[in-house]
Ligand binder design. Structure first.
Ligand SMILES: [Fe+2]
Length: 337
């Protein structure tokens, strides 16, 4: 009887599908094919169906805002702490108290206000052409701004969230003035105007258009594991540098998620987040999208783990969002288009 009443209540709340199975609606800005493993794994573990609504992070966020309390979204999943901060600031998420999430996810990789949680990690690292004869050893983010590298850099746009978050971290560590000097130094060293995504930067270095760039680790591993020979050949021309190993540590960002403010199935949404923190799901992030787990241990992905271990910048990723307006202002002033 109690089960039937619960089922009826669930139906009223719109959390059951036409076949009578419990479901959650997931808005995801992640653009990785391997994520299907996460959804299938969750359904297998809980019996809850995942309806996937995929789009660009900014578009999904605008949709969440426009839908307001009528939104069917239960979970918002996206790449980059800077995007999660935008969602938090827009007021479309709600705080979640979960011992599982608090225990499994290190404090550094979740919102201090519990509105979002990181489930996978990526490092933003430097790639150097193996055959480049550079006047300096490039070992730090700071090196990218040194005048010896004039005309040697390719960089993605200064409006791209990955670069905004990186600059947000530099602002936290160096202060706005030094961070601006750094951005100006990088712009002065560009071989060409910023264009394309991280993969395009890696291919530009491999093709000899420039000698040095930055990209997220999973993009490089995607080239390493690609079925296309041209991708493997491009990766073979690059050397990975984990920056700032002797100093502040390498910049690390997350993919993460939060429960939508008006989630029709809040309980199911929390279960989904807790599943993402499980050993099984943590493994899928490694194999499916070449990302590091947040919950400790190795990724289980030989090519990714083959890049080596590294010291990560210990800053809480929530500062990337906090410093995002200042970072964008600096990018504009520095002419990092
Ligand atoms: Fe990406």
């Amino acid at each position: 009887m109690r089960v039937r009443m619960l089922a009826a209540a669930a139906l009223l709340l719109g959390v059951l599908n036409a076949a009578g199975a419990e479901e959650i609606n997931l808005y995801t800005g992640r653009h990785y094919d391997g994520d299907q493993l996460l959804y299938d794994g969750f359904t297998k573990a809980t019996g809850i169906t995942v309806n996937v609504i995929q789009g660009k992070g900014d578009e999904l966020l605008a949709r969440l805002e426009a839908e307001g309390d009528a939104s069917p979204a239960d979970v918002y999943l996206t790449a980059d702490a800077g995007n999660l901060w935008r969602a938090e600031t827009a007021g479309v998420l709600q705080p979640i108290e979960s011992e599982v999430l608090k225990t499994r996810i290190p404090e550094q990789y979740r919102d201090p206000g519990n509105q979002w949680f990181g489930f996978s990690r990526r490092a933003r690292v430097i790639f150097v052409a193996k055959d480049a004869a550079l006047p300096i050893a490039v070992e730090t983010y700071e090196d990218l701004a040194r005048p010896e590298l004039k005309g040697k850099l390719c960089m993605r746009s200064g409006t791209a969230i990955y670069n905004l978050s990186l600059l947000g971290a530099l602002i936290e560590r160096l202060g706005a003035e030094q961070a601006e000097a750094w951005a100006r130094g990088v712009v002065a060293n560009l071989a060409k105007d910023p264009q394309g995504g991280d993969i395009d930067q890696l291919k530009a270095v491999a093709a000899g258009e420039c000698a040095v760039t930055m990209a997220n680790t999973y993009y490089f591993v995607r080239l390493l594991r690609s079925d296309k020979q041209e991708d493997k050949d491009a990766a073979a021309k690059l050397r990975v540098v984990f920056p700032n190993q002797a100093t502040s540590g390498t910049h690390v960002n997350i993919s993460g998620a939060g429960v939508a403010k008006y989630a029709p199935n809040k309980a199911g949404a929390v279960k989904f987040l807790e599943y993402l923190a499980s050993d099984e799901a943590q493994g899928y992030f490694g194999l499916g999208n070449n990302e590091y787990p947040v919950a400790g241990g190795t990724s289980g992905n030989p090519e990714l783990d083959g890049l080596g271990t590294f010291k990560a910048d210990p800053v809480n990723v929530s500062v990337y969002g906090k410093n995002q307006p200042a970072a964008q202002e600096i990018m504009d002033k520095a002419g990092w288009k």
